[in-house]
Design a binder for this molecule. Structure first.
Ligand code: PEP
Length: 257
């Protein structure tokens, strides 16, 4: 259905998550290939979420290209005595477009609760950074039939500090914990069913959220991307290990078209 006047279109996105990988020379090579190949169509947004230390370098390498850059986390606090933390405002000082928030590796290894995730989401919105809210169930939760309850709760708490107007500016990434870094992607049917549930949950919070982009992440490869991205409620992908291989990442981006 064509969007009505004043209604936003759903965006398509492919975002790379480098995690704790890379160093100056290898990053420069990867970014140059992305930049030189301009792997972008008019209606798709492409970005890379890099380790903090390389954000300035990434900005310098990508400035003037269509590829955007982001970070993998932000502090739940605005500023102050929080040694080792990086605020959303600092990230925005480096023209960051995206920040991953609530990635399962943060939830698992750093004990991030849904309430902390909600503060981080708010900090991003206050600094004009798009928070990419990661939600996903463990294998035990899926096998016990609780996947939708878990991700529904993660999503609703993550949005709980935002007005409906602010919440329109988030991106959601469905990343089943059992599919991240395991080589075992969720099937296209599983992904579509969960994305449809998430879209209904967004629309139940407010009709204005029905066009929020929902990405799938979890062992996406060039060979699986097209089928996953062509599910009706999938707006693109959050890509981990495959985004470290420029050729493969470009092929995945091409699958968005
Ligand atoms: C991720 O960490 O966000 C991710 C999707 O990783 P991978 O693609 O390697 O499973």
């Amino acid at each position: 259905m064509a969007p009505q006047a004043g209604e936003s279109m759903r965006k398509k996105l492919a975002l790379g998550n480098w995690k704790m990988n890379g160093e100056t020379e290898a990053n420069a090579r990867l970014l140059n290939v992305l930049r030189d190949n301009e792997p972008i169509s008019d209606d798709a947004i492409v970005g890379v979420c890099v380790p903090y230390l390389y954000v300035g370098h990434t900005r310098d390498a990508l400035r003037g290209s269509c590829v955007k850059w982001g970070v993998q986390d932000v502090s739940a606090q605005s500023e102050g005595a929080y040694t080792g933390e990086i605020s959303a405002r600092m990230a925005s000082d480096f023209d960051v477009s995206f920040a991953l928030v609530g990635h399962s590796e943060r939830r698992t290894y750093h004990g991030e609760s849904d309430v902390i995730v909600a503060s981080k989401v708010l900090r991003c919105i206050e600094s004009n950074i798009t928070p990419v809210i990661c939600v996903g169930e463990t294998l035990v939760e899926r096998e016990s039939g609780n996947a939708n309850t878990v991700i529904g709760q993660q999503l609703s708490v993550a949005l709980s500090k935002l007005s409906d107007d602010q919440a329109q500016n988030v991106v959601v990434a469905y990343e089943p914990v059992w599919a991240i870094g395991t080589g075992r992607s969720a099937s296209p049917d599983q992904v579509q069913a969960t994305h449809s549930f998430l879209r209904q949950a967004l629309a139940a919070r407010s009709e204005t959220l029905k066009n929020v982009a929902i990405l799938y992440g979890g062992s996406v490869k060039a060979t699986s991307a097209s089928e996953l991205f062509h599910q009706p409620d999938v707006d693109g992908g959050l890509i981990g290990s495959a985004s470290l291989d420029a050729r493969q990442f470009i092929d995945i981006i091409d699958a968005l078209r």
